[in-house]
Design a binder for this molecule. Structure first.
Ligand code: CA
Ligand code: CA
Length: 252
């Protein structure tokens, strides 16, 4: 037992302690191993490698402990570099539609605009129309190939009129798949500059559900007229960066 005391402060204190000593043997012991593996990756180049590891571990604990041993080799080889992996991103220039159907008063119209991706952007005559569903509203359709089934986040690049408190009259659009409008109803939040949105009026992320790998029809319907749209990107939910807005013109 030890004793320590001080009178430097106004209130002296006294502390005591016990010395504790612990010792043990570290059971690590062994012989070096040699590892090797050969990795293959679809579309990639196989990687091969061999590594041998050895070492001695020494530790000092509270008290004294000394262990020694030899650690086996680490896993050898790196897997092959990736080749042409299936992508979790589908990109559509909205002016590249396979079909465009108007409703008598409105029709999607392509035209140039500074800063647009690809050949142009697309808009509708701005006369105050609002279509809350996909019924009786201009539609464009596209054939899009998806690598796998699942939920995809919808990112739309547009130029609208959303103001600083979220109001606008030319700043919403519907997106669906195979003719069905569901979780990408009333995409909004398009300020008067090129920007990407994944938002809906219901304040959830805009999504589509892709039922199977392969080609499906993507539909874009007018909601509020006058919105200018440029490009739409689908990112598989859970894939790297799926919740990050594309930047600039977005991927090609
Ligand atoms: Ca409008
Ligand atoms: Ca475009």
């Amino acid at each position: 037992m030890g004793i320590i005391s001080t009178s430097a402060a106004a209130t002296p204190f006294t502390a005591t302690w016990d010395l504790i000593s612990v010792s043990y043997d570290d059971p690590q012991s062994g012989t070096a191993s040699t590892g090797s593996n050969t990795g293959t990756n679809n579309g990639g180049t196989a990687g091969t490698g061999t590594s041998t590891g050895s070492g001695t571990a020494t530790g000092t604990g509270n008290g004294t402990s000394t262990g020694s041993g030899t650690t086996g080799g680490t896993t050898g080889g790196t897997s092959g570099s990736s080749g042409n992996q299936p992508t979790d991103i589908v990109v559509i220039e909205v002016e590249d539609h396979t079909d465009s159907i108007g409703n008598g008063t409105h029709q999607w119209v392509a035209g140039s605009k500074p800063g647009a991706s690809g050949a142009s952007r697309v808009t509708t005559p701005n006369s105050g129309a609002l279509k809350p569903t996909n019924s009786g509203t201009p539609m464009m359709s596209y054939n899009a190939t998806f690598a796998s089934s699942g939920v995809y986040l919808v990112w739309m690049r547009g130029w609208g009129d959303t103001d600083s408190i979220g109001r606008g009259h030319n700043d919403s659009v519907h997106v669906g798949i195979n003719g069905v409008l569901a979780n990408a109803t009333a995409m909004d939040e398009f300020p008067p500059q090129w920007s990407w949105s994944n938002s809906t009026r219901q304040h959830g992320a805009a999504k589509i559900i892709v039922p199977s790998a392969g080609v499906h029809t993507i539909n874009v319907w007018m909601r509020e007229d006058g919105l200018e749209i440029d490009k739409v990107v689908f990112k598989k939910e859970g894939s790297a960066g799926s919740t990050d807005a594309p930047t600039g013109l977005g991927p090609n």
